[in-house]
Design a protein. Sequence first.
Length: 457
Amino acid sequence: MEERNSNIAPWLLLIFSVVIATVGWWFYFGEHATSTRQEQELSSIKKQYVSETAELRERLNKLENNRDKLLQSTQEIKGDFNSLENRLKRLGDKLAEANSSNKRLTEKLATANADKELLNNQLSLLRKETSLLQEELNTAEARRTSLESEKELLGIERERYKAEAERLGSQYQELKQSLAKEKTLLTSTIETLEKQSAVLERELESAVAARDEAFNEKENLLKERNNFSAQIDELLNEITQLKSQLAAKNAAESTMKDDLKLLLNERKHLRAQLKDLGVDLEKTGSEFKRKNAALEAEKKQLSNALDELQRKLENEKMATSVAIQRVKDDYAVITLDVDAFFARGSARLNQSIFSVLDKIADSLEKSPNRRISVEGHTDNLPIRSSSLVKIYPSNWELSAARASSAVRYLLETNKGLSPKRLLAIGLGEYHPIADNDTPEGRKRNRRIEIKLLPEGL
């Protein structure tokens, strides 16, 4: 509305200016012109004024009408503007709802795509399973066809076996009649053989009693005569078989006679073996006594050597660093304290161990039939020095190197020891004899064990 008022104001100013100019012009010319001319001019001016005034009034009316129309249009425009604002607000709300719906639809679309991917994977798996099932079905169909062929072949075989069974049945009846006739003839022979078998059983019982007595006297040595026992078991099995054949009465007379002759020969052979066994037992007993005496002498020799070693160590005040343990009469362990004979984290022998190893070597030479196992042990503390780790990556290598150093010294300084008797072993931290949680326990675990083993151990 303010815009329409600003449009009317110039027109009103124009009209006012024209009126002022006309009046001024009329007063100016009225003073100098003649009355006639003044009247004519005044009349002309009036007419022109009336005309212009009417024209201006008409234009003013039009402007007022236009103003009213503009005011009405302005009201309508304001109403339309408010309506548009309301529509824009509703459209904004709808747009927000549409965006929210679009977001939900996007999420649903993503979920649907994931479900689609999952279904595609499942469909792929189902297709693979269908393919496998189809292959199995084809295999089963081929197997069914093969089984039907085998069924036909088995039917043919069954008919052939049936005919064969009928033929064998006929032969069985014939053999049965023939055996019935032979049965009567064999009865008398069987009775004679039973009497002879009884005599053989008594003789066999005597032989078995003699064998048992020999077993009780020399049980350990009879284990070396398994062949003889096997022959006796074979003879017993043959006698049992003969009894079964006699009870069944299905063997022929000639076969039974041959078996009887074989049995008599075996009995004769058995008696000869029993006689030889007595001689062999005497020889074996003498050999056993000789070996036992030699073993006892060797045990005594080992004990004397260990006693002598113990005295020498005590004389040199080394008994605290060296321990001698007699596990059995023929088995001993000499334990060396690593801290006394090796530098920390090193496998190089200290000079203090040389005299100890020399005395141990003297004792080892006095037991030539002993194997010597030199075993290195450590505590559970890892090697931390970078220079030592390059040489000994772990306690395995350090324990093995210390055992090897002791073995090398024994061989290089004592030519009487055979390298075949010596064995160097590294056992690391995995065979402790004390608790590794204390310094005292770790000190005991750092050791070298020299084991004197018999040949068979």
